[in-house]
Ligand binder design. Structure first.
Ligand code: NAD
Length: 510
């Protein structure tokens, strides 16, 4: 817990800025007396203290959202779509402001942060099409004089709980379709990098989203549990690590809520002997070390099949000294720091344990991290990793790439399908027949063929299999419209009054 500055002091060197909640269309200072530290990971210094909500503060946010719901759900589709076009323009205009907040608190390099905002904007653009997305079906004359039609209606107040690694984009996956469908939204962002959520709230207000429709409550387990248990919340979307995703799913559904909970990952990239080695090596470096490996779609395991292993490891090794690690605000930096000191140290421990357990350290990021107090670790490559090693079994979530050598395609796909996670997977080959068989056989939700990070475009949905997703619905795209609405079927009759009569039998259609 941190001493709070009396007033926001952004810009004053050394001062700790307070990050409040956003409830009912305005900033609201927390009253719990608890706060959490927010760091600039490139400098290794605390910059802010974020208020951590109490049960009462969560309740206040739910009440504001519930009060805003009747008018918001009644807004015409035409007006809501128009509003979303304004939202799109504002976020586009402020994309660099958002990106700078991400770099300052998460550490990712500015170009990567701009990429995050751009991918989130695609989901906002998808939501602009809400009039088409919520269209129902209509059957004329289902029985004589009887028409049947289906409609989809919003759920009410819904909540999103998001991870540290995409502080702008993952909330956009949730609030954009949720609001477009007519729900009111409460965001509980990661307490590690919470500022993007406040700028999001301000931009939504500026666009014309009514007060109470979008709220931000910061917090830890206390806030999350209050959301999971609150009777006024109809649905929970979660993205984060697998143990918490499982907990969110179990607790939320126990309290009668619709829940989608996306969890962690251990993404494999299989390289077959016929693959283009340079293309595969470039892809492995980008997908393994981009955003310092703190992506749920990062490649964490490289499965080298047959005799491709030696040249592939060599090609990657040649590329690693050129990866420029540094402060994400510097234009030449390609990889920033890890999010916290503790996380950096944990990631580094896998290099040591990998070596102790028999892996070969080809590149050691502990030796190449920039000097200073930032939470830096250089890029690391472990070869001859086996499935019993911690580096293989755990989601490291850092710039450590493990090479597993497999004798055959069957052995390689067996590794993927036996893994408890099933988020993303990639295959590098020139053989279309093998690629087609692979997409048929592989047990993962998102598959890349010669594409290392197959994050679906916004008009498809994002989600993994196995321990990477709890619940039925994937995020954004068509599945999000289904998740944030519920169906209603109306059977209507406009009979000739002269034929009207009482009939106590079960309705017949013939
Ligand atoms: P996390 O699970 O620690 O935290 C996610 C959210 O849960 C945060 O808002 C946090 O405040 C809250 N939380 C943490 N501990 C909690 C507890 N005990 N009880 C209740 N709530 C709790 O995840 P993280 O470290 O912020 O993010 C990294 C993880 O997210 C990785 O595992 C990564 O793979 C995963 N992730 C998955 C996807 C996906 O789409 N599958 C996308 C991004 C990140």
């Amino acid at each position: 817990m941190t001493e709070l500055a009396e007033a926001p002091a952004a810009g004053r060197e050394g001062a700790i800025t307070r990050i409040p909640h956003w409830i009912g269309g305005q900033r609201v200072n927390g009253t719990s007396g608890r706060s959490g530290p927010v760091f600039n990971p490139a400098l290794g210094v605390q910059t802010s203290a974020v208020d951590l909500a109490s049960v009462e503060e969560i309740d206040a946010a739910v009440k504001e959202a519930a009060a805003a719901f009747p008018a918001w759900r009644a807004m015409s589709l035409a007006r809501r779509a128009e509003l979303f076009f304004r939202i799109r323009e504002l976020f586009h205009a402020h994309r660099e402001d958002l990106a700078k907040l991400l770099t300052a608190e998460h550490g990712k390099v500015l170009s990567d942060a701009m990429g995050e905002v751009a991918r989130g904007l695609e989901v906002i653009e998808f939501a602009c099409g809400v009039p088409t997305l919520v269209k129902g079906d209509f059957s004329e004359q289902a029985s004589t004089g009887v028409d049947v039609y289906s409609i989809r209606q919003p759920l009410g107040v819904v909540a999103g709980i998001t991870p540290f690694n995409f502080p702008a984009m993952v909330p956009m996956w949730m609030w954009a379709p949720a609001l477009a469908c007519g729900n009111c939204f409460i965001l509980k962002p990661s307490e590690k990098d919470p500022s993007a959520s406040l700028l999001t709230a301000e931009l939504l207000k500026e666009a014309g989203v009514p007060d109470g429709v979008f709220n931000v409550v910061h917090g830890d387990k206390v806030a999350v549990d209050a959301l999971l248990e609150h009777p006024g919340i109809a649905a929970i979307s979660f993205v984060g690590s697998t143990p918490i995703a499982r907990y969110i799913y179990e607790t939320g559904t126990k309290h009668g809520k619709r829940v989608q909970a996306l969890g962690g990952a251990k993404n494999h990239m299989i390289v077959l002997p016929d693959a283009d080695i340079d293309m595969a090596a470039d892809a492995a470096v980008s997908a393994g070390y981009g955003s310092a490996g703190e992506r749920c779609m990062a490649v964490s395991v490289l499965v080298a099949v047959g005799d491709v292993a030696d040249p592939l490891v060599e090609a990657i090794k040649q590329r690693l000294p050129k990866v420029k690690v540094g402060d994400g605000m510097q234009p030449d930096s390609e990889m920033g720091p890890l999010v916290t000191r503790e996380h950096r140290d944990k990631v580094a421990s896998y290099i040591a344990s990998g070596s102790d357990q028999g892996a070969k350290i080809v590149a050691d990021g502990r030796e190449t991290a920039p000097d200073g107090d930032g939470f830096f670790l250089g890029v690391s490559l472990l070869d001859n990793v086996t499935t019993e090693m911690d580096a293989y079994r755990d989601e490291i979530f850092g710039p450590v790439l493990s090479v597993v050598r497999a004798a055959s395609y069957d052995e390689a796909i067996g590794l993927v399908n036996d893994n408890p996670y099933g988020n993303g997977v990639a295959l590098f080959t020139r053989d279309g027949g093998v690629a087609r068989q692979f997409q048929f056989d592989v047990a993962a939700g998102m598959v890349g063929i010669n594409v290392p990070i197959p994050v679906p475009v916004a008009y498809y949905s994002f989600g993994g299999w196995k321990a990477s997703l709890f619940g039925d619905s994937h995020a954004y795209g068509p599945e999000s419209i289904h998740f944030y609405t519920r169906g209603k079927v109306v059977t209507s009759r406009w009979p000739d009054p002269s034929t009207s009569k009482v009939d106590l039998g079960f309705p017949q259609t013939r």
